[in-house]
Design a protein around this ligand. Structure first.
Ligand code: PXL
Length: 287
């Protein structure tokens, strides 16, 4: 069986664990080839550090993709995340159109914010561009903040603590059943956190959960979406992929807390990657 291949359209932030510094090792550990198409080069992520460098690589995105196309490179998935500008977000849409399609899953993590607030570089115009990008996706992975922005509802009004409510929100986010949705940050019982998954193949919503570990660390959204992407291209169902992503992310958050890692340094996941690889190989699927 050939190694699944994913094009990862994310920034490279040298310090602080997010985007490509999470996507690359996670997909590799899952037995998936990751081909990065870096959108920008930063010294650190934009949360918790002041004065980060930012080299915009937008003008490299099309030439890189053109070269891949000229070489006949195909992907099992194109996976996009944090975007640096509106123009870049539009270009990511072009990549989804040209590489996506039958046999190539378009996974958009509509990274825009957290805890009810957009990230500092996300203007309302950027958020609209992200919604347009997400409209092309086969799978989206919003957190509660991003779901509120995509739905145009108030963050406080978007409660994710009852199955019926989450089901309705997932269906609304699916754009009439056109895209699958993994809505993160769902907590149906105290002490747990997980996701609601609308699978467009079945039209049904299911729930996955893991123990809630107190603490917020950068990069957990990227880790969750990377594990989900890896499991999907390794042939797992949406619910199986989301369950693995929720479980692994919770284990990494617990480890980060125990290690006393400063919040801005991100989720301390590297020592657990071997376990993720083992989980992939152990699971009963044939791929
Ligand atoms: O984890 C999302 C992310 C990715 N890339 C950069 C970021 C953030 C969140 O703050 O700043 C550069």
């Amino acid at each position: 069986m050939s190694t699944p291949r994913v094009a990862a359209v994310h920034d490279l932030s040298g310090f602080g664990r997010c985007s490509l510094t999470i996507v690359l090792p996670t997909l590799s550990a899952m037995g998936v080839q990751c081909c990065p198409l870096p959108t920008a080069l930063l010294s650190t992520h934009t949360g918790g550090f002041q004065g980060n460098t930012f080299l915009d690589l937008t003008d490299q995105m099309e030439p890189m993709a053109d070269h891949w196309r000229a070489e006949g490179v195909c992907f099992d998935a194109v996976y996009t995340g944090f975007m640096g500008s509106r123009e870049q977000t539009a270009l990511a849409g072009t990549l989804l159109r040209s590489f996506g399609g039958p046999g190539c899953l378009r996974i958009v993590d509509p990274v825009m914010g957290d805890h009810g607030r957009p990230y500092r570089t996300y203007t309302p115009e950027m958020c609209r561009a992200m919604a347009e990008l997400a409209a092309q996706a086969d799978v989206i992975t919003p957190n509660r903040t991003e779901a509120a922005l995509l739905l145009g509802v108030d963050y406080e009004a978007l409660k994710l603590d009852a199955a019926a409510g989450c089901r309705g929100r997932c269906e609304a986010l699916s754009l009439g059943g056109r895209r699958s949705v993994v809505l993160k940050g769902v907590s149906l019982s105290p002490g747990t956190v997980g996701a609601a998954c609308f699978d467009r193949e079945t039209g049904r919503v299911s729930f996955v959960s893991a123990p809630l570990v107190p603490g917020q660390f950068h990069g957990t959204g990227d880790l969750f979406a990377s594990v989900l992407t890896g499991a999907l291209v390794r042939g797992r169902s949406l619910a199986e992929a989301a369950a693995l992503a929720a479980d692994f992310t919770a284990r990494c958050v617990r480890r980060t807390r125990e290690a006393g890692t400063p919040r801005r340094e991100g989720v301390d996941f590297e020592p657990l990657l071997w376990r993720l690889g083992q989980r992939m190989e152990e699971s009963t699927c044939l791929s």
